[in-house]
Ligand binder design. Structure first.
Ligand code: TNX
Length: 529
């Protein structure tokens, strides 16, 4: 009896094994481009059947004279090298087309819509990415990476085949600003972590990284004219750890690393509230002239710059001047949230003055939605995180809004009541909630043309290291990235969750410690080879 059962079970197991082997082999024959799991979903995809094979003879050819294009070619070769083991060369294209090659074509083809748009044409003979700007080529490369097997992302040599399904993709983003915010103040993250973060978000076509560089618990960017900000104000963090800060050199290195991945850094100095670290570093910035103690807790709303003191604006002018010099991007973020310890009149006076300081250093100002309760200067952007009436006030003033509604786009919110990390003051945000919304219809009275874009924010009161960052960011960020990239007509949760499921293997290959939400039909994820 026992023996019989075992026999039956064995037959069943063997059958299942054979079945699953044949299906997984079939899966290795990509021939339908339109059923690939690309995130964010491209605008148009036309499958033509068959595939291109990447092999040891594949080379990358550049069309168009540009240093940046050369760098992108090297970046692409560098992405494929570790897992394929191929030493892919990057060369300038000549008249005759070399079969088996990848072409990066910067000259456009007359159909390119804007700087971020690209066409990807895959035939049995060649792969071509066409754009009018290096950014478009870079974005096209992210799509190409997702068309190869997940193991392309591993850092050790793997067996092929490396096949890319044939067809044409024509793609560009819904919103120009697709951002993520990282709070490096509550807990400090080293340069290497920020670089890894940049690599991970660029895979999903995120193009802005907002760094929350100062708060009550720590000042994280060296300001040469006020050295105690980092010497003292950067010396701790939430929980009393030793904190840290970026020297200007390190910061510039981050900015450059991001630039090479077509990501613009948006630096934030949060003020007039959230300023205890500065108030502890320089007594004169306090209304009473007395330095505050360093703070390692997680309360908000107790600190404020002295809005009526002249030294405050001399200080801010110095800080913004140095920061602007380190910032090739257009934006500087002035915070402005939760200034509960600032009198209303002082807050208005302060925000109006500081907007002009930012302007005087040639930058466009962004602030949390509270700044819309003051008179916004031309071009100012309000970041909607909490109060829709504030966002509406910005629109009434003819200004644009950046969408980061805490109930949907705060990556520090817990997934559900069992999540150990994170907070839940705004909501529990499961993967479907993070995905299923549209900035253009979320707040009545705010339309697409009033919206600069979307940003997912990771506050770090409870997040202390890279693994924890990854757990809170993945897999919500790909969904937010898709909201920013793909028009609402082309987005559907039930279809998206299937695509997201296929990214589980990619997360694993990249070593991402992600939250395996039960709402997503993840395939059985093999252990990394
Ligand atoms: C609110 S969001 C804050 C931050 C906290 C966050 C925690 C915003 C502009 N202010 O100071 O870190 O909640 O979720």
């Amino acid at each position: 009896m026992t023996c019989k059962t075992t026999k039956i079970n064995l037959t069943a197991i063997v059958t299942i094994l054979i079945l699953s082997l044949t299906t997984s082999c079939a899966k290795q024959e990509p021939s339908d481009l339109s059923s690939e799991s690309i995130i964010p979903a491209p605008l148009t995809v036309i499958a033509t059947g068959g595939y291109f094979s990447l092999d040891k003879n594949t080379e990358i050819y550049l069309k168009g004279e540009s240093e940046e294009l050369k760098q992108i070619g090297q970046y692409l070769a560098g992405r494929f090298r570790p897992s394929t083991g191929f030493d892919i060369e990057v060369k300038q294209a000549t008249e005759s087309e070399v079969p088996g090659s990848i072409y990066l074509n910067l000259t456009g083809d007359g159909t390119i819509v804007n700087d971020e748009s690209y066409n990807l044409d895959v035939t049995k003979k060649t792969v071509k990415i066409t754009a009018v700007s290096p950014a478009g080529i870079f974005l096209g490369i992210q799509t190409l990476r997702q068309l190869l097997p997940a193991k392309i992302e591993l850092s050790t040599p793997q067996k092929g085949p490396w096949r890319i399904p044939a067809g044409t993709i024509s793609d560009w983003p819904e919103y120009a600003y697709r951002g993520t915010m990282l709070d490096v103040s509550r807990h400090f993250f080293a340069v290497e972590d920020v670089k890894r973060f940049i690599d991970l978000i660029s895979y999903y076509k995120i193009n802005f990284l907002h760094l929350h560089l100062s708060d009550d618990q720590g000042w994280r960017i060296e300001i040469k004219s006020w050295p105690n900000l980092t010497a003292h104000g950067g010396s701790t963090q939430v929980g009393g750890g030793k904190g840290g800060y970026y020297t200007q050199e390190q910061y510039s290195d981050i900015v450059k690393y991001a630039q090479e991945r077509y990501i613009t850094i948006v630096p934030e100095i949060d003020m007039p509230g959230h300023t205890n670290a500065a108030l502890a570093s320089y007594a004169e910035l306090n209304a009473d002239g007395k330095a505050r103690e360093l703070y390692t807790g997680t309360e908000v709303g107790f600190s404020t710059f002295a809005a009526k003191k002249e030294i405050t604006y001399k200080f801010i002018d110095d800080v913004i001047r140095e920061l602007a010099a380190l910032t090739p991007g257009p934006y500087i973020h002035i915070g402005g949230d939760e200034s509960h310890a600032t009198k209303k009149d002082d807050y208005v006076l302060f925000v109006e003055k500081v907007q002009n300081i930012v302007k005087s250093h040639g930058k466009t100002v962004i602030g949390w939605d509270e700044i819309a309760t003051t008179k916004l200067i031309e071009g100012a952007v309000a970041q909607f995180w909490d109060k829709a009436p504030n966002a509406l006030k910005a629109v009434e003033q003819g200004r644009r809004v950046l969408f980061s509604p805490a109930k949907r786009a705060y990556l520090d919110m817990q997934y559900d009541s069992t999540t150990k990390l994170g907070l839940h003051w705004a909501a529990y945000i499961e993967i479907d909630n993070a995905y299923n919304w549209d900035p253009a219809t979320l707040v009545p009275g705010i339309q697409k043309e009033n919206i600069l874009g979307i940003e997912a924010a990771l506050w770090s009161e409870t997040v202390t290291n890279m693994d924890e960052i990854e757990y809170m960011v993945f897999p919500r960020l790909p969904g937010i990235a898709e909201i920013g990239w793909t028009p609402p007509m082309k987005r559907d949760w039930n279809e998206y969750k299937e695509r997201l499921a296929m990214h589980g293997e990619r997360f694993k290959a990249m070593g991402i410690d992600f939250y395996p939400s039960k709402l997503v039909p993840w395939p059985d994820l093999k252990e990394e080879e």
